[in-house]
Design a binder for this molecule. Structure first.
Ligand code: SAH
Length: 343
């Protein structure tokens, strides 16, 4: 009989699986706590279970966990993990300390299909989707390695991949991460970042367990955006803004617009003015991300003065704006710098 991958199951699903084996539901809760709160991958370690249960579970379940192929530590404390999955594919995940919170940046796909022209991951193309267990597995490994299992941390789906292009696995991962019996990461501490897949944003608007949403806008006009984000041809700016407007008003404060600043491309005073006009009545926050350069990326980062001026132009028009200070650039762990070399 094939083994069940325990890490793919939400707690209610695990309880059902236990019931089918004739085990009590509270035993599923115990196992869930062992795996997520205490970082145990081996049933032998789960000493609160009777030995006979442990043997039965070891025969029927697997707890697959990514292994660490490489770990780089930046001068600013950021750590980049290269993690290897069961099939040998690799993804990168990043621990970013004191943002002021502790933050884990996770991947949702091996590579990415979106082709954004300033992003290094795009150069890989899409290799495959991650499963929910592989997405959460990154959090289990990083939380264990950085001693966060007992403390609060934030999660951003801003690693490799487009989370809403892998919708079901991403949302199952959100539910597993948020479960109070496990890592218990409150959905408000989880951010899903999307290139702007409109039907998926509309689906998200109806989710019960709802993470924060970051939308990668990057330009105030379709003409400019098309050159940066090819999928804009399918989902132009007006449709993205419309989908955000249809978000339940009580949840609208969970939306941020991300805007990568590229010298001479989208960083002029006129761009700031148009962007302000676009977002003002939506009341979303704007997160400015000065480009993190990488070899083969044909853009430059604007000067600090230019970045400040852009931010001030937005703030002066009543837009809540933050500049994302990049972390871990010396180990290529910053936004848009994640890509796994082909061996
Ligand atoms: N696919 C998701 C997650 C991407 S990574 C999305 O598109 O939102 C998170 C953010 O980093 C996105 O806003 C992305 O556009 C941005 N980014 C990508 N490459 C970058 C680079 N080289 N410098 C700065 N930000 C970059």
């Amino acid at each position: 009989m094939p083994q069940i991958e325990l890490t793919e199951l939400t707690l209610p699903e695990l309880e059902d699986a236990f019931a089918q084996l004739g085990l009590e539901r509270y035993r599923a809760r115990q196992v869930f706590q062992w795996v997520y709160r205490r970082g145990a991958c081996d049933f032998d370690l789960m000493t609160s279970l009777p030995a006979a249960h442990r043997r039965l579970l070891a025969a029927r379940f697997r707890v697959s966990t990514p292994s660490i192929a490489r770990r780089d530590v930046s001068g600013d404390g950021t750590e980049k993990f290269l993690l290897e999955l069961q099939d040998g594919r690799r993804v990168e995940s990043v621990f970013i300390p004191r943002t002021p919170h502790q933050t884990l940046c996770l991947s949702t796909q091996v590579g990415c299909a979106m082709g954004c022209t300033f992003c290094l991951t795009a150069t890989m193309g899409l290799v495959r989707n991650l499963t929910a267990g592989e997405i959460v597995g990154q959090a289990r490994v990083l939380a264990r390695e950085t001693d966060l299992l007992e403390s609060r941390f934030n999660i951003v789906f801003m690693g490799m991949g487009e989370p809403l292009h892998n919708y079901d696995a991403t949302m199952a991962a959100v539910r597993i991460l948020a479960d109070g019996q496990g890592l218990a990461v409150h959905p408000r501490r989880i951010t899903v970042s999307t290139v702007g897949l409109v039907p998926a944003i509309e689906r998200l608007a109806a989710e019960e367990v709802m993470p924060r949403l970051a939308v990668s806008l990057h330009a105030p006009t379709d003409e400019q955006r098309q050159a940066l984000v090819p999928v804009n041809r399918k989902y132009p700016i007006a449709e993205i803004v419309g989908a955000c407007r249809r978000f339940p008003p009580a949840r609208r404060d969970r939306i941020t617009f991300e805007y990568v600043l590229l010298a001479g491309v989208n960083d002029s005073p006129d761009d700031a003015r148009r962007l302000a006009a676009l977002v003002r009545d939506l009341r979303v926050k704007v997160n400015l991300i000065p480009l993190n350069p990488a070899e083969g990326i044909p853009y430059e980062r604007p000067s600090d003065e230019r970045i400040d001026a852009f931010g001030r132009a937005l703030a002066g028009r009543g837009v809540t704006v933050m500049v994302r200070r990049s972390r871990g650039r010396d180990i290529r762990a910053a936004c848009g710098q994640l890509a796994v070399a082909r061996e």
